[in-house]
Design a protein around this ligand. Structure first.
Ligand SMILES: Cc1cc2nc3c(=O)[nH]c(=O)nc-3n(C[C@H](O)[C@H](O)[C@H](O)COP(=O)(O)O)c2cc1C
Length: 325
């Protein structure tokens, strides 16, 4: 099974990030060299019942390609109907979330709860892959529910037989959440066990991590998640390192430019509500680790608009000097 999606070491992906990987954030990452972006997880049921907020999650534009829509759900009928609906609207690539371990999701049998019954998941995968068409359906999995139930192999082989076009593995068990470390050795095992492309996710905090992961495991590509949240320019750094070039040094002024660009993208794409929430949570993430930004982080909580946030950044000229870094 091959896919038209670029899945190679020089085509880094942006991971699905609930609350973050919306249209403006995806566009920003694409500007830095993200090759494929995945939407935030979208509830199949929410889509069918037109739940508030779902439309915003599906907002896209011609520059936002290739795009993979990540769905979550446990019931085949809802997943199928939502894929049909999305296909009618022009969406082509899909991913099923089989890795989210958040209580709200797993208590509905969705996300990582799907790993508890690999046979049922494989049946579901067969139907969804057929609906998506050749090369259009991927599955994002973890190692299993817990260590005693490590199922990623042979599950991934069964998913391949069922028509999966690619597998993304976050090598932690669901019960781990984000604790401990992602064990990349499982990625290497998986890569040897299936013919379809394998994408790595897990503890890729820097461009160097990602390159090291590919070198160690032989996976086809990588997906930046928390690494992109703290620095969307991680994609450019990754490309530079991949070409054996030295990536530019990080600077506070570059972070400020990035915030201004985000403001522009949120305004252009008329997402004021999401933009405001993002601004409060994303900006402190972008500023993480910078000297002298404690005040900004504290005060950013009170900002009621991007304009206030930008003014706050500009009031701190001492930190806007890259030499300070
Ligand atoms: C804020 C946040 C939101 C996430 N949302 C999703 C999601 O919607 N779907 C999904 O499959 N994984 C989601 N993940 C998991 C990431 O896609 C990724 O697999 C995980 O963070 C491991 O990669 P990292 O250690 O490089 O961050 C989320 C992670 C974070 C931190």
């Amino acid at each position: 099974m091959s896919t038209a999606l670029p899945i190679a070491p020089d085509t880094p992906w942006l991971a699905p990030l609930a609350g973050y990987s919306d249209l403006p954030f995806r566009l920003l990452c694409r500007e830095y060299g993200c090759s494929v972006a995945v939407t935030e997880m979208i509830s199949a049921k929410g889509l069918i019942y037109n739940s508030p907020g779902t439309e915003e999650l599906l907002q896209t534009c011609p520059q936002d390609t290739p795009l993979v829509v990540q769905l979550f759900g446990a019931e085949e009928s809802f997943l199928l109907r939502s894929m049909e609906l999305l296909q009618h609207r022009g969406f082509k690539y899909f991913d099923l979330n089989c890795g989210c371990s958040v209580r709200k999701v797993v208590k509905t049998g969705s996300g990582a709860a799907l790993l508890k019954d690999p046979a049922a998941l494989t049946r579901l995968a067969r139907t969804l892959s057929a609906q998506a068409g050749p090369g259009c359906m991927g599955f994002k999995i973890r190692l299993g529910w817990d260590q005693q139930h490590t199922v990623y192999m042979p599950l991934a082989q069964d998913l391949e037989q069922a028509g999966a076009a690619w597998i993304t593995l976050h090598p932690r068990w669901a019960t781990q959440g984000f604790t401990g470390m992602a064990d990349w050795s499982h990625l290497e095992h998986l890569k040897h066990a299936v013919q379809i492309p394998v994408i790595a996710s897990g503890d890729l905090f820097t461009a160097t991590d990602a390159l090291r992961c590919i070198e160690r495991t032989g996976v086809d590509s990588i997906m930046f998640a928390r690494g992109a949240l703290s620095d969307p320019s991680i994609f450019a750094r990754y490309h530079a390192l991949y070409r054996n070039e030295t990536p530019p040094l990080p600077s506070f002024s570059a972070v400020c430019a990035l915030v201004r660009r985000l403001e522009f993208l949120y305004t252009t794409h008329a997402m004021p509500r999401a933009g405001l929430l993002k601004m409060r949570t994303l900006v402190p993430r972008l500023l993480k680790g910078w000297p002298g930004v404690k005040t900004i982080r504290r005060e950013s909580v009170y900002c009621r608009s991007w304009a206030e946030m930008l003014a706050l950044l500009e009031r701190h000229p001492e930190t806007s000097n890259p030499d300070e870094v």
